[in-house]
Design a binder for this molecule. Structure first.
Ligand code: ITT
Length: 215
């Protein structure tokens, strides 16, 4: 099969503004004209999958079919070991319909305390990002990234979105909420590994689908 490249106009299949901003920054160095599902007024499909990759594909397939454009989707979440991987696939749901992450973060802390998980080694967690690209002809590609760390309390830092203020990535003294955007999801020019789950998945996507388009 002819290798695909991602070029021209694409749709980013998300309604999450924080995620959209990161994905736009990741795509910025490449000659891609990215609009979003939110901006096109596309409906949000039900995320009925049992894996991040399934939910990402549900979103990219729906956006490609509705827009006639190649669609890039991210499904992601934070998995806390002591909570058997919760909130995981339900990371967005824990914030409720108002998408309020202060109570969602407080719930993570409350559940950890209920289990007596106060020491850092009892508070291990990782973020996962599954990125899918679906073309209107049905061709699809999947890329995944993870980052491991510890849940801290109280939340620290005003930046990022979602659970960023309670996630301390391994090897760092600041939470994602305390980091500048380039520290969290910048892609190092020397080819070394990026930090965030989404940027790590994106590095794989870029080397497979975007390298030839680098502006
Ligand atoms: P779309 O489906 O429209 O893309 P969503 O917010 O519903 O938006 P997900 O279903 O993938 O997206 O839910 C992922 C949730 O996981 C997201 O709402 C955040 O709460 C959390 N999350 C994912 N990546 C994150 C990150 O980099 N920093 C903080 N929280 C993150």
């Amino acid at each position: 099969m002819t290798p695909r490249t991602l070029s021209g106009r694409i749709v980013i299949a998300t309604h999450n503004k924080g995620k959209l901003a990161e994905m736009r920054e990741l795509l910025a160095p490449y000659g891609v004209d990215a609009t979003s599902a939110g901006e096109l007024g596309l409906p949000e499909p039900d995320e009925t999958g049992f894996m991040f990759s399934e939910n990402a594909a549900i979103k990219s397939r729906a956006a490609a079919a509705a827009s006639g454009l190649p669609a890039l989707a991210d499904d992601s979440g934070v998995c806390v070991d002591a909570l058997d991987g919760a909130p995981g696939l339900f990371s967005a749901n824990w914030a409720g319909p108002g998408k309020n992450f202060a109570p969602a973060m407080a719930r993570v802390e409350e559940e950890l305390r209920k289990r007596g998980a106060t020491a850092p080694e009892q508070r291990r967690a990782h973020f996962v990002s599954a990125l899918t690209v679906t073309w209107p002809d049905g061709h699809e590609e999947l890329f995944e990234g993870r980052v491991f760390g510890t849940i801290v309390w109280p939340p620290r830092g005003p930046r990022g979105f979602g659970y960023d203020p309670i996630f301390l990535p391994d090897g760092h003294a600041r939470t994602f909420g305390e980091m500048e955007s380039h520290e969290k999801h910048g892609v190092p020019a020397d080819g070394s590994e990026a930090l965030s789950h989404r940027a790590r998945a994106f590095q794989k996507l870029a080397s497979a689908l975007l390298a030839k388009n680098r502006a």
